[in-house]
Design a protein around this ligand. Structure first.
Ligand code: BMA
Length: 399
């Protein structure tokens, strides 16, 4: 990586300066360093700004634990107020809540997994009121065919400015913006008056894999970067959303693993969280824990040198058929060395309900599941924080 082109920009002037037009900026080398001292949105709300700084600070001491769809359903229940599989087993809600926005772009009432957006809004507010961190992924339907995110028909060029589906795409972003802007909860900066809820938005993820239409095998690095930058500029500058932090999250890919990480990187001026998606496989392979440690150390070093938040944004072991998975594999990998443990959070995927999906697609234990004891041991490790031991992430020392 060439580090010679260091550009120091303390306050990035791409917010209001663009005059409410989404820009389609010229290509930049992924290696270009733009040192921004806070979130990339210089107009970020006080709570969003506080979340950014607190996660960066916290990362050197603790790793927050997160779970996708935690409040909406679990392995054996759906929409029970106050219920969470994580809480059933450990006594605490997770610290990070992941939500999925697919379907919003076409105006559907529920997402791809049947979670109604109206209820999701309530669950997001509930988690935020308890001090948790909210993150959202977006498995957007293929805008050309109307198929789902796994329909890899070429589509990125068509939705960029000048493309045949560009207007349709901005309408999709409008629908997304409406939802993200409607999330409100008691603000720390406003004496408890409702303010926008900060969300770590993680679009266009796992682009180094071949399974989504926005993946790099189906577009070019340049188009991918334009897609990313357009998305940020549109939501922030045209729609005026200032409650978002943006997470870039490639997956583990190919023999060189993290070596492909920067393939779609849109530049330091467009990313707040350096994420990484990497799953465990059923059989323990020699070196798999050590290799995740190595990847995380690399990620942390990159994030720290760029003033970003490092995070293991998606991970887990489907069906948890390994009784010491949590301590012997996940915790061991994160604690593998003094650098890898400095990620801000780790989030595991959803507990698909066993009545609607029969292939044991779950990632945290439910009561009685074989890894429940080990999951409690993981929680007892002082490195990991669940909701019951969270500092106030939405207030900075000076507020
Ligand atoms: C995938 C699976 C799917 C789900 C999708 C979006 O990894 O869990 O069942 O529809 O995420 O949440």
């Amino acid at each position: 990586m060439r580090l010679s082109a260091v550009v120091v920009v303390l306050a990035l002037g791409c917010g209001s300066a663009s005059g409410h037009r989404a820009s389609d900026p010229a290509p930049r080398a992924a290696t270009e360093r733009v040192l921004v001292s806070g979130p990339i949105d210089r107009d970020a709300t006080p709570e969003t700004r506080a979340l950014f700084h607190n996660l960066r600070r916290l990362a050197s001491q603790h790793v927050l634990f997160g779970h996708q769809d935690d409040l909406a359903y679990g392995y054996d229940w759906v929409a029970e107020p106050g219920r969470s599989d994580v809480k059933d087993v450990t006594g605490s809600f997770p610290a990070v809540y992941g939500w999925e926005l697919s379907g919003l772009e076409t105006g559907k009432a529920a997402n791809i997994d049947g979670v109604e957006f109206a209820r999701m809004r309530g669950w997001i507010a509930e988690g935020y009121r308890r001090g948790g961190v909210i993150t959202a992924s977006w498995h957007m339907d293929n805008p050309v065919t109307g198929g789902n995110a796994w329909d890899t028909t070429s589509a990125v060029a068509a939705i960029l400015p000048g493309g045949a589906r560009h207007a349709q795409f901005t309408q999709s972003l409008d629908r997304l913006a409406e939802f993200l802007g409607s999330l409100r909860g008691p603000g720390r900066s406003s004496g408890g008056r409702d303010t926008p809820i900060p969300v770590i938005f993680r679009p266009w993820h796992e682009m180094t894999g071949g399974w989504f239409w926005w993946g790099l095998p189906h577009t070019t690095s340049y188009e991918y970067q334009r897609l990313w930058r357009f998305t940020v500029a549109y939501l922030r500058d045209v729609r005026g959303l200032h409650n978002l932090l943006y997470a870039y999250a490639p997956n583990a890919s190919g023999a060189d693993g993290i070596g492909t990480y920067m393939a779609g990187y849109p530049g330091d001026g467009y990313v707040d969280v350096l994420g990484y998606d990497s799953y465990f496989s059923d059989t323990r392979r020699p070196g798999d824990v050590a290799s995740l440690t190595q990847s995380l150390s690399w990620l942390v070093a990159q994030a720290e040198s760029r003033n970003k938040i490092p995070a293991l944004t998606e991970t887990g072991l489907q069906a948890l058929r390994d009784s010491s998975f949590w301590t012997a594999r996940l915790a061991s990998a994160i604690k593998g060395d003094s650098v890898s443990r400095r990620i801000a959070y780790v989030m595991v995927w959803r507990n698909a309900n066993r009545h609607t999906r029969t292939d044991e697609h779950f990632y945290v234990p439910y009561l009685g599941q074989a890894t429940a004891d080990d999951f409690r041991r993981f929680k007892a490790d002082p490195l990991f924080r669940f909701e019951d031991a969270l500092p106030d992430l939405y207030r900075t020392a000076s507020q």
